[in-house]
Design a protein around this ligand. Structure first.
Ligand code: FES
Ligand SMILES: [Fe+2]
Length: 411
């Protein structure tokens, strides 16, 4: 999209949003809006894409595909993971075609230009004498590893700030031991809906009682109403009513070593990150069907405290951790009406046996349910009769997200 075109699109979108809100039809359906979302929001964010244990050996790689971009994330050696745009410096072919695998070098399938694992061009046949291979290394993508999680940032130029932005998470991430974790299972749920519908659905628990009986069965009903979709996601009086229950559990969990606190970024923030913890139902040790654990404790947990943590670096990812396993949910915009939803279940790296079926039970069912309701939402929104309706008091965080989204577009 040209800058001129994007400016006029932006102006008309901001006008529409003032008239009809950020939930007007074009925001969920138009290719031009999707291009703008990629340019103004996705490209500048630190995106959590996976866990380092996905590629433990040198040469192992996977592709992260977002919008029209494809990024090769490849381990160079024990200490270093690189990220390159999957675009050959000769005539632009994709280099890696498989979603994941192992390579000792990266050879383009078109004319066999060959790159090493550090991205430098090592071989190019029949090139003129003055050809300088050192000027044709692969384009790097910014990459950071934080507590075992791999982050990419597609911004051009200098690496955007990371440490200060996410410093507030340090004790909570350490408590759950993500650096020493390993992947126990992965599953994909591609969803035919705009990425903002997928996020909005995750940012409200108004739909939980009608759509998610299994999820609700693990939780205190008052907690779901008050903070079911993150801090301040429910009505203010429900948050206040649940506060004593939360406080009592926090006191007990704190004695067992859990660091306390909450993060709740507002609509003016860079990443709209958040963090909170809360108790399960009193007989639920872990978010499994029978409430019993599936693996050994993670990180610094010394015993099951019947609680869970929900942490989000940005609207594009969610980490929900019990004491014995964690669920990483990643939302990746692919096109105006397609979003990848990928779930990775993590356990302690030293866990010897893991009951995968019991571990994935709740989030697998819940995500399939979300896939259906979100796709139905998208189909309804494409109708000529769609217009955004009023929000309930249990959709406060979704409203914050809509405002954050418009602020991001306007920057
Ligand atoms: S496009 Fe890759 S070698 Fe020609
Ligand atoms: Fe849901």
């Amino acid at each position: 999209m040209s800058t001129r075109k994007s400016k006029s699109t932006l102006t008309s979108l901001l006008e529409i949003s003032q008239r009809d809100s950020a939930r007007a039809q074009p925001f969920y359906c138009d290719d031009e809006v999707f291009d703008l979302d990629m340019q103004k929001i996705v490209t500048g964010k630190w995106l959590l894409v996976d866990h380092v244990s996905r590629i433990p050996e040198s040469g192992q790689f996977f592709l992260y595909e977002v919008g029209r971009e494809s990024i090769i994330v490849i381990r160079e050696n024990e200490l270093k993971i690189n990220a390159f745009f999957n675009v050959c410096r000769h005539r632009g072919s994709l280099i890696c075609l498989e979603k994941q695998g192992m390579r000792t070098r990266l050879t383009c399938p078109y004319h066999s230009w060959t790159y090493s694992l550090d991205g430098s061009l090592k071989a190019a046949r029949f090139m003129p004498q003055d050809f300088k291979p050192e000027e044709h290394s692969l384009h790097r993508c910014h990459i950071r590893i934080h507590h075992g999680f791999i982050f990419l940032n597609l911004s051009p130029g200098e690496e955007p700030e990371f440490d200060q932005e996410f410093a507030v998470f340090e004790p909570h991430l350490a408590f759950h031991g993500f650096t020493q974790a390993k992947i126990a299972h992965k599953q994909s749920y591609p969803t035919h809906a705009n990425w903002k519908l997928v996020v909005e659905n995750f940012f409200e628990c108004y739909h939980c009682t009608s759509a998610h009986p299994e999820y609700c069965s693990r939780h205190i009903p008052e907690a779901l109403i008050a903070i079911g979709a993150g801090p301040n996601s429910g009505p203010a009086d429900a948050v206040e009513a649940f506060a004593p229950v939360l406080e009592a559990w926090e006191q007990q969990a704190s004695k067992m070593g859990r660091p306390l606190g909450a993060v709740d970024d507002d609509e003016h923030s860079r990443h709209m990150k958040f963090y909170q913890q809360r108790p399960h139902r009193s007989d639920i040790k872990s978010e499994t069907q029978d409430g019993q654990p599936v693996a050994c404790l993670m990180g610094e947990c010394t015993a099951f405290d019947y609680g869970r943590m929900h942490l989000s670096y940005s609207p594009f990812n969610q980490i929900i951790a019990c004491n014995d396993f964690a669920t990483l949910i990643v939302f990746t915009p692919r096109s105006a009406m397609l979003t990848d939803v990928d779930i990775t279940w993590l356990v302690n790296g030293r866990a010897e046996s893991v009951d995968v079926d019991r571990m994935i039970w709740m989030w697998d069912i819940t995500t399939r349910q979300d896939q259906v309701i979100t796709e139905n939402n998208q189909r309804g929104i494409t109708s000529s009769k769609y217009q955004p309706g009023p929000l309930s008091d249990q959709e406060r965080r979704m409203d914050t997200f809509n405002k954050w989204y418009l602020n991001q577009l306007a920057i």
